[in-house]
Each structure stands twice: as structure tokens, then as C-alpha cells.
Design a protein around this ligand. Structure first.
Ligand code: SAM
Length: 294
């Protein structure tokens, strides 16, 4: 078993198994040992941890995780990679479970129960960029027990998770991430650290889960339905964006009344509201709903 995290051994494994990269799976493998060491350090992985890795690829980061964690669960969608992982690159480790599945379809609660007695796991991954948002939202919204998520994502997406109102990148992802976690960009990573090279620069972001959300809302889903509707039509006023959203069934008068109580202009847009303001708006609008719709 060769140590990965460098171009020579990566190419040797790829050639040995006649592996062709699948663009549809967002396959860009890390080939820089220095970056890998830094990711493990940023994630704070130690010998007590159970780590969930999404998309091990040929097992490059998995090798590092196996060296530092008590237990690693690696979920890979591409069945062609499974024999490489099982028979070759991870064969020397007895603390890894390889699962050939789509992360979006897996019952993660059952997995965390089985592998870590339901105690919080750490998620560490070089994510497939085509599904970054559904993966992050799925992890948070399903309330899978987790301490932190340390992930490589597209640099712009990492920035979007950190920003506040008044910037063009501020949106539903920023609000969702900040509701559930404290985001910290740990490092930027140039395209030259991957094989094949992606067309974008990347960044490692750590999302440390809040013990309790920073705001209180009567119904989390209702607040996120409001947020999504506000940013689906981000150039429209909040009154129009929410009033036009079919699924919400909100009267424009109720929205105007709520904004007045919040001392916000009737022409305000969603992109000007902080998480705290969205929480107040959600509270006021929720109270205005007929009981049967709550
Ligand atoms: N961890 C490896 C590395 O750093 O070299 C590979 C990272 S590569 C960016 C993303 C990996 O995620 C690929 O191996 C890809 O096949 C896998 N993947 C893509 N979609 C997936 C999904 N829905 N569920 C699980 N794995 C997925």
C-alpha cells in the first residue's frame, strides 16, 4: 500500500486500476501532502474521534484520517473506486468502514448510531462541488449528531457561508450555515493541488456546530421557507418575494404589518435582513397564520 498525497503514487494507482475520472461525480483528487496535514489539523481530528468522510476517492485523505482518528467511515458513490480502497490503498487499516452509497441517500442517523453509539461525529471531506449545498444542508437540517464539518469547497462558496447582509454573496446558504454553526475559512487551496486541476480555486472551511442556535424561532422550517423565498427573488422587495411565494400562502398585508412592527421600511429586500431579523419576522408571521396552517 503506497502513501498517497503526491502525484507519483496517485498516477500509479490510477494506472494500475485503469481508472478514468468521472466528471459527473466531481472527482478532483488531492495530491499535496502539506494540504492534507493542514486539513487534519484544522479539523482537530484525534484518537477519540469517529470521522465521517464523504467521497474518499482513491483514499488519499482517508489514509491521513485513519492515522489520526479512532474510526473512519468513508462513503463513496463510485463503485469503481471500492476495490481500489478495499484491496489496495486502505487495506492496511482496520479502523475504516467503506460504504458504496450516495451520501444524500444514506440514513446518517442510523450510521452514527451504529458506528459511534449516536455520539457526535466529525465530518471531514474534499467535497464533490456539484452537490456542496445539498450535502451541507442535509447534514444540518437532518440534525445528525455532529461536532464539526471541515470541508474543501469552491472558494466562492466558502466566502458565501461567512458573509453578512449588504454583500452580493449573502444568501440562504449564509443564513443556514450561521444558524447552525460558526464558519471559519481555514485556508485557500490552489487548483494545482488537485488531479485533475479544477477550474476554480478552493478553500477549506470549518463549520463548528453551535450548542444552541443563536436565535429562537417557533418553527425552524418555516423560517427557512421564508429565507429561501426571500432570496429566490432577491431583487424584489421582501413583501413581493414572500407574498408571491405560492407555498407560503402569506397575505401581503400581514408581511407589511410585521415589517412595520420591526421598524423596517416596506420596500426592504431580504438581502438587508440579518439572521436575527429573519427570526423576528418568522415569529411575527407565524403568529399571523391561522392555527390550521402552522
Ligand atoms: N477525498 C478524495 C481526495 O481528496 O482526493 C476525493 C475527493 S473528490 C473532490 C470527491 C469524491 O466524492 C469523489 O471520489 C466522488 O466520486 C465522490 N462523490 C461524488 N458524489 C458523491 C455522492 N453523492 N456520495 C458520495 N460520494 C460522492
Amino acid at each position: 500500500m503506497a502513501a498517497l498525497g503526491n502525484p507519483t503514487n496517485t498516477i500509479a494507482v490510477l494506472q494500475k486500476y485503469h481508472f478514468n475520472f468521472q466528471k459527473k461525480y466531481g472527482q478532483n483528487f488531492l495530491i499535496d501532502a502539506n494540504i492534507l496535514e493542514k486539513i487534519i489539523k484544522a479539523a482537530g481530528v484525534n484518537e477519540n474521534d469517529c470521522v465521517l468522510e464523504i467521497g474518499p476517492g482513491i483514499g488519499t485523505m482517508t489514509q491521513y484520517l485513519c492515522e489520526h482518528a479512532r474510526e473512519v467511515v468513508a462513503v463513496e458513490i463510485d463503485k469503481k473506486l471500492i476495490p481500489i480502497l478495499e484491496q489496495d490503498t486502505l487495506s492496511a487499516y482496520d479502523n475504516v468502514t467503506i460504504i458504496n452509497e450516495d451520501i444524500l441517500k444514506l440514513d446518517l442517523h442510523a450510521l452514527v448510531q451504529e458506528k459511534n453509539n449516536g455520539r457526535p461525529v466529525k465530518v471531514v471531506a474534499n467535497l464533490p462541488y456539484y452537490i456542496t449545498t445539498p450535502i451541507i444542508m442535509g447534514l444540518f437540517e437532518s440534525h445528525v449528531p455532529l461536532d464539526s464539518i471541515t470541508i474543501m469547497v469552491q472558494k466562492e462558496v466558502a466566502e458565501r457561508m461567512q458573509v453578512g447582509p449588504g454583500t452580493k454573496d449573502y444568501g440562504a446558504l449564509s443564513l443556514a450555515v450561521q444558524y447552525y454553526a460558526k464558519p471559519e475559512v481555514m485556508m485557500t487551496v490552489p487548483a494545482s493541488c488537485f488531479m485533475p486541476r479544477p477550474n476554480v480555486d478552493s478553500a477549506v472551511i470549518k463549520l463548528t456546530r453551535h450548542a444552541a442556535p443563536p436565535v429562537t424561532v417557533p418553527d425552524e422550517k418555516f423560517m427557512f421557507d421564508l429565507i429561501r423565498a426571500a432570496f429566490n427573488q432577491r431583487r424584489k422587495t421582501l413583501v413581493n418575494a414572500l407574498g408571491n411565494a405560492a407555498g407560503l400562502c402569506l397575505e401581503k398585508d400581514s408581511i407589511l404589518c410585521a415589517l412595520e412592527k420591526m421598524e423596517c421600511a416596506p420596500t426592504i429586500r431580504g438581502e438587508a435582513l440579518t439572521l436575527e431579523k429573519f427570526a423576528v419576522l418568522a415569529q411575527l408571521l407565524y403568529e399571523s397564520l391561522p392555527i390550521r396552517r402552522r
